[in-house]
Write a new protein. Structure first.
Length: 251
């Protein structure tokens, strides 16, 4: 058997090899279970630092009122809400997980912030939108959860208009090995325990830790963006590389 064929037919759910269809269902199940406590867990796991990362992400986006945003893996909607608050145009929030979208939509309704926002259930690897539909595409802490990262990147390029901007915020890899070891110790000792106590779901947070470790490092992701057809690819490390913002354009 061709080894490349075998690779295409398998995927990883954390440290466990699964089929691509199995992974999609398993990831959906993770976020079904943690949706109600997702934002609280983010605050606890990062001591609130994820909010600073997202604020930096929004500033780098430079929202513009004449542009339309597609926010993929939109979750509870904080990126799209930040885009709108900063003066961006209409935002469409897309997520494969309806429970996460419902949390975000309910929050937007409660806060009176639904103007210019719409929601759609969809898979990042097969977006249900026409070619060249959006001026900006964002995906925050979602790319590592897709089954086929390369397919998701190609879809991102497909739905962007020429000149459109791609932005990805994701956990990444620290450049300094001692810091990476400390971070790994924290991830193993603290995050699953918090998941067990706060979200009543230790296993989902074990998966989230493992998914971070399997995600490509900064330069590897740049290479995959280039293969997907993006240009002007660059990245910005956050907190010494615990997270990173990747940015590119469709030309």
């Amino acid at each position: 058997m061709n080894p490349n064929s075998q690779q295409r037919e398998s995927a990883w759910f954390g440290d466990r090899p699964v089929t691509p269809s199995e992974k999609t269902g398993l990831v959906r199940g993770v976020f079904d279970r943690v949706a109600a406590r997702y934002d609280l867990m983010n605050d606890l796991m990062s001591a609130g630092v994820h909010r600073a990362w997202k604020a930096r992400f929004i500033r780098d986006l430079v929202p513009r009122p004449h542009e339309t945003l597609l926010d993929v893996a939109a979750g509870t909607g904080d990126i799209a809400a930040g885009w709108r608050k900063a003066g961006g145009g209409p935002a469409l929030l897309c997520d494969i997980n309806e429970a996460m979208l419902s949390q975000g939509r309910d929050r937007a309704i409660d806060r009176g912030r639904i103007a210019g926002m719409s929601w759609a259930v969809g898979n990042a690897e097969q977006l249900p939108f026409p070619d060249r539909s959006f001026d900006a595409y964002t995906i925050a802490f979602g790319l590592r959860n897709v089954t086929d990262i390369d397919a998701a990147l190609r879809e991102a390029r497909r739905v962007l208009r020429p000149g459109g901007r791609f932005f990805c915020l994701e956990f990444s890899h620290l450049a300094a090995a001692p810091l990476q070891r400390l971070y790994d110790l924290y991830s193993d000792a603290v995050i699953p325990r918090l998941g067990a106590i706060v979200a009543k779901d230790r296993e989902s947070y074990v998966y989230l830790v493992e998914s971070i470790r399997r995600f490509p490092d900064q330069e590897a992701l740049i290479g995959r963006m280039e293969l997907a057809g993006f240009a002007f690819n660059t990245y910005r490390n956050l907190s010494a590389g615990i997270a990173a913002i990747h940015h590119a354009r469709r030309i």
